[in-house]
Design a protein around this ligand. Structure first.
Ligand code: SF4
Length: 327
């Protein structure tokens, strides 16, 4: 169940990657992977970021963990801007903020047994004795559905779904508060996906976790999220409670994404909105509205003026001139 205490707040976050060229490798231009997004996540809530590949959602997750050092903005955890923390202080805090990746296999050292993989973060953070660590490992393995005897095996001896269980155990063994799930079930078969999603929901309730769920799959997002933010070209286009976003999308981009979801009701007639063209180059975004080159509703104003991102209904935010005009 969600509470209303804000645990994580992202303010005007930007992450620009320099594009270097020439003999001196001077930055010629910048890829604006994340271009000024803001959102907050309440304790025990699941907030999801959706959008096409390259929209900046994964870079946002990695920037929160400072795997990419943000270009500017604020990331407040429990009210404190963690971008001001020294490397030492951030390392101490890092156990609270964990990440689960799409491909657990590439993030698991194949030469280590599951037990060693789970022991490693505990010893790195020096938070318990070896005996306590062993007890904790058995307990977390049990929680994610791995038998005691399986922890002496190596990652290659497991199926994709079981490997993701190891990835989850590795993230949770440190008792984090916030877990960032970056396409965590995207590589799995649909039936295994459902098992892992249900496991994540159970673990959230039991361990009182707060999730930032990053995915391109709108069906999965609907199943797990309390609120959803829709990103395009590094910016937030729309953000609302899940049911409201799915039943009453306002932004033309959100409408097009939702129109592509197959309906579970075969009698329902759905009009698919096909977007023209590709996502523009984030090092050379269009003038005005970032979505205007693909937007079926684009008009003159969209070319010259960037729409304001504003709250147009209770807890429902959108960046589109059509809603500037209504309000
Ligand atoms: Fe489309 Fe214009 Fe709205 Fe952008 S501001 S989403 S181009 S109508």
């Amino acid at each position: 169940m969600s509470t209303t205490n804000i645990l994580l707040k992202v303010n005007n976050l930007k992450k620009y990657f320099p594009q270097k060229s020439g003999v001196l490798k001077r930055p010629k231009n910048f890829v604006r992977a994340v271009d000024g997004i803001s959102f907050e996540i309440n304790e025990e809530e699941t907030f999801s970021l959706v959008g096409e590949s390259g929209c900046g959602k994964s870079t946002t997750g990695r920037s929160i963990l400072r795997l990419h050092e943000p270009t500017s903005g604020e990331i407040l955890y429990n009210g404190k801007n963690i971008l001001n923390y020294s490397t030492r202080d951030f390392r101490k805090l890092r156990k609270d903020l964990q990440m689960i990746f799409q491909d657990p296999y590439s993030s698991l050292n194949p030469r280590m047994t599951v037990k060693k993989l789970l022991m490693e973060p505990l010893l790195t953070h020096n938070i318990c004795t070896k005996k306590e660590a062993e007890e904790r490992i058995i307990a977390i393995a049990d929680k994610v559905g791995l038998a005691k005897e399986q922890i002496n095996r190596h990652p290659h001896e497991f199926s994709g779904g079981q490997r993701q269980r190891i990835g989850i155990a590795r993230a949770l063994v440190l008792n984090p508060k916030v877990v960032i799930l970056d396409e965590a079930v995207s590589a799995l078969d649909v039936s295994i996906q459902a098992q892992i999603l249900n496991l994540l929901i159970e673990l959230q309730e039991e361990l009182k976790l707060t999730y930032l769920f990053i995915s391109h799959d709108l069906n999965v997002v609907r199943h797990v999220s309390d609120r959803v933010g829709v990103m395009y070209l590094g910016q937030m286009m729309e953000m609302a409670k899940t049911e409201e976003l799915y039943s009453d999308p306002l932004h033309p981009y959100t409408k097009s994404l939702l129109s592509a979801i197959p309906s579970s009701d075969p009698t329902e007639k759905k009009e698919r909105i096909i977007l023209q063209g590709d996502v523009p180059d984030p090092s050379n975004p269009p003038s005005g509205c970032p979505f205007r080159l693909r937007c079926p509703m684009a008009h003159e104003r969209c070319k010259v003026e960037e729409p304001m991102y504003q709250e147009v209904k209770d807890n429902h935010w959108v960046a589109c001139h059509l809603y500037n005009e209504i309000n």
